[in-house]
Design a protein around this ligand. Structure first.
Ligand SMILES: [Cu+2]
Length: 117
């Protein structure tokens, strides 16, 4: 292999490595949203709207001594986590931008908007 060819290959490998690094250095996050006193909470504070990024995951964690059943009928992300008791959590990953309305099938007063950017 000529010196020029070796340089060329090294250059290509460098470009690919840089591209992979750029792709994987954007880390998806996991956001914990608790269910507490029939409200949605983040870090102990009641939230009615949160903003996350494409690829992020919300971990819905039941902190009440009774069941919740979190669901969304939104076009962005339709899901139904089923009933789950205190201490248990379930995750939903949001893979495209938009807005999802999140509710609880057991407690109609529970409502939260998830904006995905
Ligand atoms: Cu509930």
């Amino acid at each position: 292999m000529s010196k020029q060819k070796i340089f060329h290959h090294t250059f290509i490998i460098g470009v690919i490595t840089a591209a992979l690094f750029a792709t994987f250095s954007v880390h998806a996050e996991e956001v914990v949203v608790g269910q507490h006193n029939k409200t949605f909470v983040v870090d102990g504070n009641k939230v009615e709207a949160i903003t996350i990024h494409v690829g992020d995951t919300i971990r819905f964690k039941n902190e009440d001594p009774f069941f919740h059943n979190i669901f969304s009928l939104s076009d962005l992300k339709t899901f139904d986590l089923g009933s789950f008791p205190k201490g248990q959590s379930k995750t939903v990953t949001f893979d495209k931008p938009g807005m999802a309305e999140v509710e609880c099938a057991i407690h109609p007063e529970m409502y939260m908007e998830v904006t995905v950017k």
